[in-house]
Design a protein around this ligand. Structure first.
Ligand code: GSH
Length: 369
């Protein structure tokens, strides 16, 4: 296992300096022991070694899941105080499979700058937070992406007063606001260079500042993941009718769940949770029909998938009903998508690439046993 370079004290300092703790009762701080020279030597400050993530989750009866602090559609707190969104539902799916209940999640809100350090340091078991799978992240810093849960791409939001049909028509000197410590920042800088565009990058450390930079018209454009800017334009902007999203897709942004490197069992559980959501949709299973389908199923792989016959749990050290619980409590991939981002949500996003492979999309689960 690779040793993690981030010390406990550095971690606390970073978190404090960036002031990320908007969580329910500062859960993150409570999860961390006092910084001390002894604790500095501890790789995982929450008190468990890599390789025992599942045991630690079961002992505490809670999955610690890192999510966005507030990005409607992906993860945000609703008017009843519940975390909702596509990424939040993925946390719930993992909890349903491993712990038996979607309620057994502690949502830990994390900003762009600290999200991966938080995972490496053990403050969360899983990061499910609009995070793009890249080589540099997957191979370089002690974390592993289990797969892509949402195929996104980078886009541009502009005020209607800004002329231009696509990025290349934007007037010389157009100022573009964005958040640092994201793939967004690297991409826009690359695009400007590669296409010799005369756009002016305007960088902000916090999302709040980047957004308000755009709102108060310090910038004529804002760039980010297309899902995020759709959410931002429709649900957060004070005057949504006065802005538009350009058709450009500036990059590939495969967003996916991330785990700490060094625990293959945990990696497999999270990866196969994603596959289970996709496979459930391929079987046509929903929260509403899963019980009835299980009662009448004759197809052997489907019977095993739903725990009617044994086999789906043992390779992961789980019981044979883990997949069934996910579908009963959270639904299939399609239900999660539609509820949070698609036709049953205010965002009304198309499935696009996030359609099953059988319908021309990229979602493909390897077979179950
Ligand atoms: N997918 C990109 C961008 C992710 C990202 O953090 N986007 C920003 C802008 S929409 C965000 O969600 N910020 C929220 C925050 O920092 O609290 C990445 O992984 O770097």
């Amino acid at each position: 296992m690779r040793r993690v370079q981030f010390g406990n004290r550095l971690f606390l300092t970073v978190f404090t300096a960036l002031g990320i703790l908007v969580s329910n009762g500062s859960a993150l701080v409570q999860a961390m022991p006092e910084a001390s020279p002894a604790a500095d030597a501890t790789i995982y400050p929450s008190g468990y070694p890599s390789g025992r993530t599942v045991e630690a989750i079961k002992e505490r009866g809670l999955l610690k899941c890192g999510v966005n602090q507030g990005l409607a559609g992906m993860s945000s707190v609703d008017t009843q105080g519940n975390w909702v969104g596509f990424d939040a539902d993925f946390c719930r799916a993992v909890a349903a499979g491993v712990l038996g209940d979607t309620e057994q999640v502690e949502f830990v809100p994390l900003n762009a700058s600290v999200r991966l350090d938080a995972l490496v340091e053990g403050a969360v078991d899983l990061l499910s937070r609009n995070t793009t799978w890249t080589l540099k992240r997957d191979a370089g810093i002690g974390v592993s992406f289990v797969g892509a849960s949402l195929y996104d791409g980078q886009g541009l939001l502009v005020w209607n007063t800004t002329p231009g049909k696509t990025v290349k028509d934007l007037p010389e000197g157009t100022r573009v606001c964005f958040q640092t410590n994201t793939t967004t920042a690297r991409n826009i800088e690359d695009v400007i260079k590669d296409r010799s565009l005369s756009l002016v990058p305007v960088r902000y450390v916090s999302l709040e500042d980047a957004r308000s930079g755009f709102f108060v018209k310090e910038c004529q454009a804002y760039t980010g993941d297309r899902t995020a800017i759709a959410s931002f334009a429709l649900l957060e902007a004070p005057r949504p009718g006065e802005m538009r999203i350009l058709p450009d897709v500036l990059s590939k942004e495969p967003l996916g769940p991330v785990v700490r490197e060094g625990d293959d069992r945990w990696f497999d559980i999270v990866r196969w949770t994603l596959n289970a959501l996709i496979q459930a949709e391929e079987y046509g299973l929903t929260r509403a029909n899963v019980a009835a389908v299980a009662r009448t199923a004759t197809n052997p792989p489907l019977r095993r998938f739903l725990g009617e016959d044994p086999g789906v749990g043992a390779p992961l050290g789980l019981d044979d009903h883990w997949v069934r619980r996910i579908i009963t409590q959270v639904g299939s991939y399609g239900e999660v998508f539609h509820r949070n981002l698609g036709s049953n949500s205010p965002l009304q996003l198309d499935r696009g690439l996030n359609e099953l492979w059988t319908r021309g999309g990229l979602l493909y689960s390897p077979p179950f046993p």
